[in-house]
Design a protein around this ligand. Structure first.
Ligand SMILES: [Zn+2]
Length: 91
């Protein structure tokens, strides 16, 4: 098992109707409501660093690149885009 301190995964949550977004530590099976509108929010993307982190590289801008397909910022040392799954070119 992974260390408890690193097990929470941050997700970008989106309310489908309003398009409002928020960051939350989502857990499977839990329902997240927008604090202001009361809409149910759904996780749309994991937020780096992924938990548990596969890398000790700090997520400084110089350690990030944009995925060619989805334009999300991902770590230089990540081999597959965590957002769209695109295999990244070796550096
Ligand atoms: Zn991507």
């Amino acid at each position: 098992m992974f260390a408890a301190v690193n097990a929470k995964q941050l997700y970008r949550m989106r309310a489908p109707a309003s398009g409002r977004e928020a960051l939350a530590e989502a857990e499977p099976g839990e329902v997240y409501l927008d604090r202001e509108t009361g809409e149910e929010m759904q996780p749309v993307a994991q937020v780096l660093p992924l938990a548990p982190s596969a890398s000790s590289l700090p997520r400084a801008p110089q350690n990030l690149r944009a995925c060619r397909r989805c334009d999300q910022l991902i770590g230089l040392d990540v081999s597959d885009c965590p957002y769209c799954g695109l295999r990244q070119e070796a550096l």
